[in-house]
Ligand binder design. Structure first.
Ligand code: ATP
Ligand code: MG
Length: 462
């Protein structure tokens, strides 16, 4: 245990909290025990502890230990070390990766996802992709960020370098207690997102934490503590110091949480939306005088409903729906200028992507799909038109059809093209009868699932 023990550290013994071993993934539990049996300290950390305490199913199980990466490599045969400067161990199991990190000291942003390197401005952070490491790790040196190299720390230091109090609780496998160095338990009970330490300092170290605050507040239904909130309002424009590729990833996570609509409102209120989407925000504001742009909110509500039904919403569909009206307006402009439909769509999407490239960089593959979703809307008007089976078989078809479905929900037509294509597609592709009420052909067809960072595991029963 740490040598300098914070006098505010609280230990919550097993009978006083709800985390039981049966709630952990069997692999996670095995790793914790193996570390302990070999004389190491081993804690379950981060979102896993937070979610279990809240009775939610954790997305992943992260472990922190005083074993060094080298020692982990010797101890676990299924171990791969990733990351250059701060090496993390990934323990590979059949359907799960358990991430094990050696306790680290402060002054260092968490190991995160490394953005695609080609677009990074000079003041790049070294935050990168959590699970994939290609390209060199970068050092962030300016604007108040101090870096120390590969300094392992005490458990307490490791707690203090984390972002929010509720994310810094440790579950100790040695006695099944919860160790709370930062007052996280109290904030968890009160439903509060609070930075550890001075919010302005913590947001300077890593501006993405501002978005994370919004994400956790929206995801958990928590409120952002007042000082933390004020700091975000003040520092929101600094969000752009994070790299555009990383911001794209963060924005996706944020809006595809299932609470996209309320997240969007919160982002706008707190002032983060404007620096992320300056042109779009200006457009929203301009139009909101007299004629509010209700479609963005409605699109996000629609997406939330789909996620609630267990559907996977692709990044391209999110972008297409969220910015649909904006893109269609552009599109119309180019058409008025005489561009043919497909070309107008291409130009609209390209211009939109160009505007965003310095803030939120949308990867090319996503842009291609957005363009195809929008372009397909013309194609739907021919029923069935030439080579309809080919059209229906295209990878973009399900998303294009869902876009059409949303549009028809917004303005119900006399004759539904969505119905037409839905049944046409089920005839062509499924070649099987389907329930006319529930017959959600597009959902049943093969869709590429969004890549999951780690497979989720259902907790085993007691
Ligand atoms: P999720 O449920 O979305 O996975 P999480 O809390 O587990 O939420 P991760 O991004 O998986 O979030 O990170 C795991 C832990 O690492 C966090 O709980 C937090 O303690 C720490 N962490 C992650 N990102 C940062 C950051 N930018 N700054 C400080 N600590 C961070
Ligand atoms: Mg996590």
């Amino acid at each position: 245990m740490s040598t300098i023990m914070n006098k505010n550290t609280t230990i919550i013994p097993r009978p006083q909290h709800c985390i039981s071993r049966s709630l952990l993934s069997p692999n996670g539990l095995k790793v914790l025990y193996k570390l302990k049996e070999n004389g190491y300290t081993a804690y379950l950390v981060g979102g896993g502890v937070r979610d279990l305490l809240l009775g939610r199913e954790p997305k992943d199980f992260d472990i922190a230990t005083n074993a060094t990466p080298g020692e982990l490599k010797k101890l676990f045969r299924n171990c791969r070390l990733i990351g250059r400067r701060f090496r993390l161990a990934h323990l590979h199991f059949q359907d799960e990766i358990i991430e094990v990190a050696t306790f680290r000291s402060a002054a260092e942003p968490a190991p995160e996802e490394e953005p695609e390197p080609q677009h990074e401005p000079e003041h790049v952070e070294r935050e990168g992709r959590r699970h994939h490491h290609h390209g060199p790790r970068m050092l962030k040196s300016d604007e108040g960020v101090v870096l120390r190299d590969n300094v392992f720390g005490t458990p307490e230091e490791d707690a203090f370098r984390r972002d929010f109090t509720v994310n810094a609780l440790f579950y100790n496998i040695a006695d099944f207690s919860i160790i709370d160095h930062v007052g996280g338990m109290e904030d968890l009970k009160a439903g509060v997102i609070r930075t550890i330490g001075d919010p302005a300092t913590r947001f300077t170290e890593d501006p993405v934490r501002m978005i994370r605050a919004v994400r956790f507040a929206a995801m958990l239904g928590f409120t952002i503590e007042e000082e933390t909130r004020k700091a975000i309002v003040e520092m929101a424009p600094a969000i752009n110091r994070a790299t555009p590729p990383r911001l794209f990833e963060e924005v996706l996570k944020l809006l595809l949480l299932g609470a996209g609509e309320s997240t969007y409102q919160l982002l706008r209120h707190i002032g983060l939306f404007e620096p992320l989407f300056p042109h779009f925000d200006a457009w929203l504001t301009r139009e909101s005088e007299g004629f509010p742009h209700a479609r963005v909110g409605k699109a996000l509500e629609w997406i939330d409903a789909r996620i609630d039904e267990g559907e996977v919403v692709s990044p391209a569909l999110l972008i297409a729906l969220m910015f649909g009206e904006y893109l269609e307006e552009r599109n119309q402009y180019f058409r008025d200028e005489g561009a043919p439909p497909q070309q107008a769509t291409e130009m609209a999407v390209a211009q939109f992507a160009g505007e965003l490239a310095t803030t939120v960089l949308i990867p090319n593959r996503v842009l291609v799909a957005v363009r195809e979703i929008l372009g397909s809307q013309y194609r739907f008007q021919k029923t069935p038109g030439r080579n309809a089976p080919g059209f229906v078989g295209r990878r973009v078809f399900p998303d294009a059809l869902r876009y059409l479905g949303f549009m028809e929900e917004l303005n119900p037509p006399k004759r539904s093209l969505h119905e037409y294509w839905k049944s046409y597609a089920s005839g062509v592709i499924m070649k099987a009868p389907h329930d006319a009420e529930e017959g959600a052909a597009p959902q049943k067809k093969k869709r590429r699932r969004r890549r999951r960072r780690k497979p989720t595991r259902m907790p085993e029963g007691p």
